[in-house]
Design a protein around this ligand. Structure first.
Ligand SMILES: Cc1cc2nc3c(=O)[nH]c(=O)nc-3n(C[C@H](O)[C@H](O)[C@H](O)COP(=O)(O)OP(=O)(O)OC[C@H]3O[C@@H](n4cnc5c(N)ncnc54)[C@H](O)[C@@H]3O)c2cc1C
Length: 512
């Protein structure tokens, strides 16, 4: 149902905490909205469009970067004209959430997505640069999907799918969470005789999607977030995969046009007051890009910006706040947390992942180098890497010297882009020294595009889940006019996050 919202200062009565003084702001720097959304990735951008178009609510997105899209990274190779999505690659249908692609003013064209073929696959230990010996047998291509189907059937039969997707509304209270979901994924697979699924889950989750630690030790519930039952269906052909024509950024550029001035870019909240009657947010729109925060993104205006902008502080007064950002301690500092909220959000510990496109005239095209330890065997439980690691180098086209790569580190704060680049360069040097790559003649590999995917993984331990962390997280929904969405607390796929939003938005607009 569409309703019209009358936007006027008088319509919003947010009690101001002493700390924020409204008279410090010029009249034109105070913005009144129904919902303020922090973060313009898949979750925040989708929520903004739906709140505006379906519920007639006024919104503002506060986005740290100069464009919308979050994990989407679209790179256009100027030489060949090829478009490479080196962050989010594909979308799969989940319930009715695919309708979002075709709604008015968005309407992007989708095409089927297929895995790249034609590259010769070589298994290399990137820490020594050596090729795995003939004693190593690559994972059995046929066994993976069979085991994934068994995983799917097990999840469904036990009702674990409904507990874990699209969000955790259905997850039992901490002490009642099924023991199996709190096992490390290696043990879970072994217990159910589906070890062969691991070699499919491993690359699909980027080696655990920036989770802390080594793949086989990662909590099953955490892996399921990045490999939910709905996603497993693509591996036995029950659902298809799609990409957006022209690159996945096209969607967010369209949303950006649609939302216009309702997005504040290069912006962050620096102070806030949250109460049951609404929120006040002080916004600084002069984000500083330090060396670790800088983006080297391509395409249509993704930031290459560095340095100071002109300080512009605004005050947003909104009835509701929707946090669509990673819920890290650092991100939450300006959000006026209560002591118990502080304790809650201090528990998760996140890993960090990066994706990039690298270029060097001597890198051999038509090859994918997959990183595995020299000790890897054909036992599906053995062949996993120790973080930090580069998962693979993949030649992007036979007519171009571009390679894509992804890396993961254990601690969010210890694995900034500079560290990830060091690990990447070292892997290349080792392969050169071992003769796998040709002599690069002192010419550095160039990173033509780099994307810091920030904190990843699930963050909380089995013990913390047992003690009710997730229950507490969901109990925070709506408290002090604040709501939470995004991949930190729901299945980590765009279309599933959109479905999660659909449930959440109905709750958010109640009483608005
Ligand atoms: C490398 C990689 C590949 C992936 N591939 C796929 C795929 O192919 N298909 C798929 O469906 N899913 C994929 N995913 C999963 C992806 O995480 C989700 O699909 C989805 O993009 C998550 O959306 P989000 O809105 O929760 O978070 P994000 O996309 O991370 O959005 C968060 C937004 O908040 C902004 N932000 C962060 N902190 C602040 C702050 N303090 N203030 C203001 N703004 C802030 C960020 O700049 C960002 O725009 C991939 C994830 C990764 C890491």
């Amino acid at each position: 149902m569409r309703t019209t919202t009358l936007l006027a200062a008088s319509a919003i009565s947010v009690a101001s905490a002493g700390r924020i003084n409204r008279s410090d702001f010029r009249h034109e720097d105070i913005i009144y909205k129904d919902v303020a959304i922090i973060g313009g990735g898949a979750s925040g951008a989708h929520a903004a469009v739906k709140l505006r178009q379906d519920f007639g609510k006024s919104v503002v997105i506060i986005e740290r970067e100069p464009i919308l899209g979050g994990h989407v990274d679209t790179y256009k190779d100027k030489t060949t004209g090829n478009i490479h999505d080196y962050g989010i690659a594909l979308y799969f249908p989940y319930e009715d959430s695919f309708d979002f692609f075709s709604r008015p003013d968005i309407n992007v064209m989708l095409s089927p997505w297929f895995p790249a073929e034609g590259n010769e696959i070589r298994y290399i230990d990137f820490t020594s640069g050596q090729e795995l010996t003939s004693a190593f047998q690559p994972p059995d291509e046929a066994a993976g999907p069979v085991a994934i189907k068994k995983f799917h059937d097990l999840m469904t039969a036990k009702g674990w799918d409904n507990m874990t997707q699209p969000g955790y509304w259905g997850l039992p209270a901490g002490k009642d969470i099924p023991e199996d979901l709190l096992l490390p994924i290696g043990q879970f697979a072994k217990k159910h005789g589906i070890e062969a699924m691991l070699s499919t889950m491993y690359p699909s989750t980027g080696g655990g999607v920036g989770s802390r630690g080594n793949f086989e030790d990662i909590l099953t519930l955490s892996i399921i977030k990045a490999f939910p039952t709905a996603w497993s269906k693509v591996f036995f052909g029950e659902v298809g995969m799609f990409k957006i024509d022209g690159g996945n950024q096209v969607l967010y550029d369209k949303i950006s046009t649609l939302l216009g001035k309702d997005v504040l870019y290069n912006s962050q909240v620096v102070d806030s007051n949250r109460s049951n009657s609404g929120v006040e947010l002080v916004i600084d729109s002069s984000r500083l890009d330090d060396d670790e925060g800088q983006l080297i993104k391509s395409g249509k205006g993704k930031s290459q910006s560095k340095g100071k902008g002109k300080p512009t502080k605004k005050l947003i007064i909104a009835k509701k706040l929707l946090l669509a950002i990673p819920l890290t301690r650092e991100n939450l500092v300006p959000f006026d947390l209560t002591p118990s909220e502080k304790t809650h959000f201090s528990k998760p510990k996140y890993g960090r992942s990066h994706t990039a496109i690298a270029k060097h005239s001597k890198l051999p095209v038509g090859t994918q180098f997959r990183n595995l330890p020299l000790s890897a065997t054909s036992n599906p439980l053995s062949p996993f890497l120790q973080t930090p690691f580069v998962l693979s180098f993949t030649s992007l086209a036979t007519d171009s010297p571009l390679f894509s790569l992804g890396s993961s580190g254990t601690n969010y704060t210890d694995f900034p882009p500079s560290e990830a680049k060091k690990v990447t360069r070292k892997a290349i040097q080792k392969m050169v020294a071992a003769g796998i790559l040709p002599n690069l003649e002192d010419e550095e590999v160039e990173f033509v595009a780099w994307s810091d995917h920030g904190p990843g993984g699930f963050g909380v331990s089995a013990q913390e889940l047992r003690e009710g962390w997730m229950e507490d997280m969901y109990a925070l929904q709506g408290k002090r006019s604040t709501w939470f969405t995004g991949n930190g607390i729901a299945a980590d796929f765009t279309t599933m996050l959109w479905k999660f939003n659909d449930v959440l938005l109905d709750k958010i607009v109640e009483g608005l």
